[in-house]
Design a protein around this ligand. Structure first.
Ligand SMILES: O=C(O)c1ccccc1NCC(=O)[C@H](O)[C@H](O)COP(=O)(O)O
Length: 274
């Protein structure tokens, strides 16, 4: 793992809280029968929707305030808007997430659900059943291959998140087949869509490639798709206002009709602190 001093203070705090939660947990090993993420992306594409993972993200270190609506209602709105899959934050202290929220959302929808948390130890995998779990290459260091295997043994599909080419190489060496390139630099908490564009050309065929963070408009969606994204992961831009309409605008970005509420191409997240 990186030198912790190189991470933003908020991210150091997130990791410290994640380790404390892992220490406190001693549960049974979960066994999951997952909903197929790739199949969900294929269904969306066949239907003319951009494959999108919409994120239930009540708050974050870079968001002002918190969204207090029922997360299940938000999740159902995202699916109604055309999301192929959902991501649910379960990190409680910095993102307002809860394991119980993930469980309620997964019971309420029929699309795959990603558990979005900061897993640094195997025991954390057993906190909840989900269809997909996230492993952040930067945070798990040399444990990546072992954690990937441990997650797969439990039945999870695994999204391995990277931010640069060296992390991409580690993810590939560990056997990752679904890789997310995070446009948010977790050292500075600055978003740059150019990150995805610089890493994507080095991802081999056969890997499912997801562009994450900072995607705020249909134009951003098209930019990430042009750079090779098979799918996108979007949180803040969907959580800001009407989640159903926001999701629909993004999933229809390639439909040529400007989305449900007209084209809103003003966002350019390049080097935007968020
Ligand atoms: O979103 C944050 O503020 C954040 C801060 C520190 C560590 C991680 C953070 N985000 C985690 C995520 O992966 C995003 O929620 C996800 O990629 C969606 O990003 P966005 O569409 O920009 O909300």
């Amino acid at each position: 793992m990186d030198d912790p001093d190189e991470l933003a203070p908020a991210v150091r705090s997130i990791l410290s809280a994640a380790r404390d939660r892992a220490d406190a947990r001693a549960g049974a090993i979960v066994s999951v029968a997952p909903r197929d993420l790739s199949a969900a992306f294929e269904r969306a594409a066949a239907d003319g929707r951009v494959p999108l993972i919409a994120e239930v993200k009540p708050t974050s270190p870079t968001t002002e305030g918190a969204r207090e609506d029922d997360p299940v209602a938000l999740a159902e709105g995202m699916v109604a808007g055309g999301a192929a899959a959902l991501s649910v934050l379960t990190e409680p202290e910095h993102f307002g997430g809860r394991v119980e929220t993930l469980e309620r959302v997964r019971d309420a929808v029929d699309v795959p659900v990603l558990r979005k948390d900061f897993v640094v130890e195997e025991a954390q995998l057993d906190a909840a059943e989900s269809d997909v779990v996230l492993l952040i290459a930067r945070f798990v260091g040399n444990d990546l291959a072992d954690l990937l295997a441990a997650a797969r043994e439990r039945g999870f599909q695994v999204l391995v998140e990277v931010h640069d080419r060296s992390e991409l190489e580690r993810a590939l060496d560990a056997g990752a087949t679904t890789i997310g390139v995070n446009n948010r630099d977790l050292a500075e908490l600055v978003v740059d869509l150019g990150t995805f564009e610089s890493v994507a050309p080095h991802v081999p065929d056969g890997v499912t490639l997801i562009a994450e963070s900072g995607i705020g408009s249909p134009a951003d969606v098209r930019r990430m798709r042009a750079a090779g994204a098979d799918a996108l992961l979007v949180g803040s831009a969907i959580m800001d206002g009407d989640v159903e309409a926001n999701t629909r605008d993004l999933v229809r970005a390639e439909a040529g009709d400007g989305g449900a509420s007209g084209e809103s191409d003003t966002t350019d997240a390049t080097e935007t602190p968020t």
